[in-house]
Design a protein around this ligand. Structure first.
Ligand SMILES: C[S@@+](CC[C@H](N)C(=O)[O-])C[C@H]1O[C@@H](n2cnc3c(N)ncnc32)[C@H](O)[C@@H]1O
Length: 265
């Protein structure tokens, strides 16, 4: 087809056209230290004494160790809602940490009914004090997480794969394929460029077409300089050969950012 005779001419693209540096993009969020929350507030509309898993989550959010690296209640609710709507049978979670995100997704599988399961990958190593976190857990995290999920009535929804996540993902591929592949992967582990890419590439061979990948911590300026998830979003076609469409999501009350990819090829 030629463009001769088209009534609306194509816009002229200046030869010098180039993406602006991130700092100059008006839509990139910025948080000033004085606006940074110091703990999670569990919203009163979620405080339902008759719901065991919500009560367990409320207790979890009261613990200083889960701030700020875990999903906020608002972000968790969004993840929960996505899982309830997409209804995956097999979820991969990379980066369980204190199991806040695990709770939100496992609770969604529980509410849907059926046999949906989360394969949770984490090294379960020590958690040290850090920016905005004056708490630590130097050992026993795996057992601690199991206990929390058991209290919520969600432990039977989770299969643990302790160790280095790309290595364990590659080991688990056969098991994941036998279950029909992965429909939803939540990647929130090693946030270096190499680490995030390795997690994506490790899960990709068993991610179904139409399946989703959720990346957390996509705004490095806000979330401690972690560049990995941002790199995947900014170089999506280069790193994934056009396999995904993508959308960025703002988070509240602390906008560390999320990216939602959908596998289309
Ligand atoms: C940001 S935290 C995850 C937060 C969690 N998704 C939540 O919302 O509650 C990152 C987790 O990934 C784990 N991690 C980092 N690099 C890893 C690796 N190479 N293999 C396994 N786990 C890793 C860390 O130990 C930590 O538990």
């Amino acid at each position: 087809m030629t463009t001769t005779g088209w009534r609306v001419p194509a816009p002229e693209i200046p030869a010098s056209k180039a993406a602006l540096p991130r700092g100059e993009l008006a839509h990139f969020p910025r948080i000033r230290d004085e606006d940074h929350p110091t703990r999670w507030e569990f919203p009163s509309y979620l405080d339902n004494p008759r719901c065991r898993w919500l009560q367990a989550l409320k207790e979890l959010y009261e613990m200083p160790i889960v701030f700020p690296a875990s999903l906020s209640p608002e972000a968790g609710l969004m993840l929960h809602s996505l899982v309830r709507n997409i209804r995956p049978r097999v979820i991969v979670e990379v980066g369980t940490f204190c199991s806040v995100s695990t709770h939100w997704m496992a609770a969604a599988l529980h509410e849907i009914g059926g046999n949906g399961v989360i394969h949770a990958f984490d090294d379960f190593g020590p958690i040290h004090k850090g920016p905005w976190r004056d708490a630590e857990m130097l050992q026993g995290r795996r057992e601690w997480v199991e206990d929390r999920l058991a209290r919520a009535g969600l432990l039977d929804r989770v299969v643990f794969h302790p160790g280095d996540s790309p290595t364990q993902l590659i080991r688990a591929r056969e098991e994941l394929s036998r279950c029909g592949g992965v429909q939803f992967a939540f990647i929130d582990g090693d946030h270096t460029v190499a680490g995030a890419l390795q997690d994506l590439w490790a899960v990709e061979p068993v991610l179904n077409t139409g399946g989703y990948v959720m990346l957390h911590d996509t705004y490095p300026e806000q979330c401690g300089g972690h560049e990995g998830p941002r790199h995947i979003l900014d170089h999506l076609n280069a790193v994934s050969a056009g396999l995904y469409e993508a959308c960025e999501l703002y988070l509240s009350p602390l906008n560390y950012g999320m990216g939602l990819l959908r596998r289309i090829g």
